[in-house]
Design a protein around this ligand. Sequence first.
Ligand code: FPP
Length: 256
Amino acid sequence: MKSENPQETPLDPEKLPAHVAMIMDGNGRWAKKRLMNRVKGHEKGSQTVRSIVTAARELGIGMLTLYAFSTENWSRPRVEVKALMMLLKRFLVSERDELMGQGVRLNILGQKEKLPVDIQREAERTVQMTQNNQGMVLNLALSYGSRQEITAGVQTLAEKIKTGLIQPVDITEEMISDHLYTRKMPDPDLIIRTSGEFRLSNFMMWQAAYSELFVTNTLWPDFTKDEFIEILINFQERDRRFGKVKCSTSNDGSPQ
Ligand code: FPP
């Protein structure tokens, strides 16, 4: 989907990443800096989620994935987990009209069955309601962890081998991709992490094979559309070779 207002930014609409994924980090530090409770950081972070979803849609990004709750986040203090679930529920309910208005289709990636039943119900409603929207796909990674995702995929493949449906030699990279939460989705072209930490934190480890990575020191609650555009400009300036050499070099590697 192209931008509704492409002349608004210096971005080349032909070179936009098809799939941008974001590790939204730094809510806790944002709150701590202001001598506030961590939950306040998550509340402000939720507002950033809303503005970045709208920004991505306006900029013409086809797919946006937000790492909202990891498999490890269940180990946080109960009160924080509860607050995060409340914010997720609020988002799933209050943003329905907005998602419909913007033509955004929602998917949930992760262990849906581990989520509280009311969240499962609201998530399912929003997913159903938005399923025919064509504008942008928004993936919320909830109770998501790459290792769990790959483990579950391997278990399904092992079952298929056990029942004789496939042989071990039949397993291909495509088949593994098809057994992940992101089946049929493009790999992320760009993964942005806020708050200055240089790690993937169990996020899209299979899918990130050739993703461009961008780490900003900005804490998630302070992340803006303007900075998102700057990162997209940086992405468009990068030389993606996917492990190959440029066509403009000869077989011995010397420039043609
Ligand atoms: C990481 O910051 C952020 C999270 C674990 C949760 C992300 C949640 C939101 C942005 C709000 C709710 C989401 C939606 C989709 C409405 P952190 O708490 O680890 O920060 P810290 O590293 O500074 O402590």
